[in-house]
Ligand binder design. Structure first.
Ligand SMILES: [Zn+2]
Length: 470
């Protein structure tokens, strides 16, 4: 499905012209903040609004937004989320409470002026109160602008709450490009991670016959092409660069709407990011933003995909592989290092992938072997790890999980077991079935540590199951 613009509104070829998707109007362009009053009037949302912002987003857009709305006859109040000294503002009880307490005088609609946290809080309050909301983005940092779920913190734990999608999204590249560079790189990482999601979806389609939505896949492919074509522009934070990221993030959000699931946009790289966030929160340690962790995860999984493509499936030991998965105690002792006790116990109640029978493992094993050549062919589009490294070098952004606060041991186990976070087929699950996951993870970690000079690099041809010719 191709997309185009009409008066800065993103439209889908063959779709209705009134809205971008469902009843959401998405505007992307340079210097379009000034049109916000017109966009709102078009949707007849009313005249009284509450703008939710923090001190940074007030500077970035909130002040101009308030002034222009007042000039256009709107009655605009502001709920300024309180700065928390050394801690970042979270989508938690305090933020929700501040917004709820600001609902007097009663507004007709809300405006989220910000990115991740501010949109999550606003979409949640919008859902609870039934007030529609408008999103004015200040950073191209995450793919949740059109989401209907709000990742939040409740009682210091990560939870997901229902939320409304906005009626209008205004993404002014002139504002987005002024966001801190690390937020822009986070947005890049969140889109770049779709390489893994796409590969895993194709792999599942070939091995398991999972249905692939061609239009969603095509949209993700367009997003990735535009992203990688604009790496230079992104590094320089130009309008074109920011447009490439924000379009990618928005297209990803649209596929969730059109397919009713997150298959096209999230796979094992997102699992790992969620687990890191949960575990760091549990340990009361600071954690990096969603896009930063997804981007970091993607690097490790791109390297692991390179090893995956080199597996010589004829040389594998099926018996050993089965034994490892069927040794419930041994397997659990490992998986618990990824998820932690409480988290794993919850997953064990629902996730079928954590209760594989011998017959199922064998069935999977055969399916993988029988389709191996087709799988390899489908993975040709994946970028190399070298390419990934050079992009992140260009951005001056670390690719090492340890440098964004993840302990090596947690990294090791999330790389191996994050596939068991949900029943979604991916290449890490395949490597668990084939019994090669531990070796591939250790080799990948050695490659990363070799870059920092802490561990000598081993010649990967010494690994027994790889094809010697590649
Ligand atoms: Zn994401």
């Amino acid at each position: 499905m191709k997309y185009y613009y009409e008066n800065n509104m993103l439209l889908l070829e063959g779709g209705a012209k009134e809205h971008t998707i469902s009843d959401i109007d998405i505007y992307i362009g340079k210097d379009i903040l000034k049109n916000t009053a017109y966009y709102i009037e078009k949707r007849e949302l009313g005249k009284k609004c509450l703008i939710i912002a923090d001190s940074n987003t007030t500077r970035a857009a909130g002040k101009d937004l308030t002034e222009l709305l007042c000039r256009n006859g709107f009655d605009a109040n502001v709920c300024l989320l309180r700065d928390r000294e050394n801690e970042k503002i979270e989508a938690d009880e305090l933020s929700v409470g501040q917004v709820m307490m600001s609902l007097e005088p009663e507004p007709d609609f809300l405006i989220a002026c910000g990115s991740g946290v501010i949109n999550d809080v606003t979409r949640f309050v919008s859902y609870i109160t039934g007030k529609p909301f408008v999103s004015v983005g200040t950073a191209a940092s995450m793919d949740g602008y059109t989401s209907v779920t709000a990742p939040m913190i409740f009682d210091r734990k990560k939870v997901h709450r229902h939320g409304n999608a906005p009626k209008i999204v205004v993404l002014d590249t002139g504002i987005l490009k002024n966001a801190p560079m690390e937020m822009t790189i986070a947005g890049f990482g969140d889109v770049y991670g779709k390489y893994i999601a796409k590969a895993d979806w194709l792999l599942s389609h070939i091995i398991n016959g999972e249905t692939v939505d061609e239009e969603a896949l095509n949209m993700i492919t367009q997003a990735l092409e535009k992203l990688t074509d604009n790496v230079e522009q992104i590094a320089r934070a130009t309008d074109e660069g920011l447009r490439a990221i924000i379009e990618g993030l928005i297209l990803a959000g649209i596929t969730i709407f059109t397919t009713g699931q997150t298959r096209a946009v999230a796979s094992v790289e997102h699992n790992q990011s969620h687990i890191w966030e949960t575990r760091m929160l549990e340990a009361e340690k600071p954690y990096a933003s969603h896009g930063t962790t997804v981007g970091c995860s993607t690097g490790y999984y791109l390297r692991m995909y390179e090893y995956f493509k080199r597996i010589n499936v004829k040389e594998l030991n099926r018996e050993e592989a089965c034994k490892r998965l069927l040794d419930r105690t041994g397997f659990r002792n490992q998986a618990v290092q990824c998820f932690g006790e409480g988290f794993l116990s919850i997953l064990e109640k629902t996730n079928r992938c954590l209760q594989l029978s011998e017959a199922e493992i064998n069935r999977q094993y055969d399916l993988i072997l029988n389709n191996w050549d087709r799988v390899l062919k489908a993975l040709d589009f994946l970028p190399s790890w070298e390419e990934y490294k050079s992009i992140y070098k260009n951005f001056n952004q670390t690719i090492h999980a340890e440098e964004i606060g993840i302990p090596t041991d947690l990294l090791r186990y999330t790389l191996m077991y994050s596939t068991f976070y949900r029943d979604r087929y991916d290449f890490v699950f395949v490597m668990n079935i084939l019994g090669v996951i531990e070796e591939v993870v250790e080799q990948t970690l050695r490659d990363y540590h070799h870059m920092t000079g802490t561990v000598p690099c081993l010649d990967s041809t010494s690994l027994q199951f790889f094809c010697s010719h590649c």
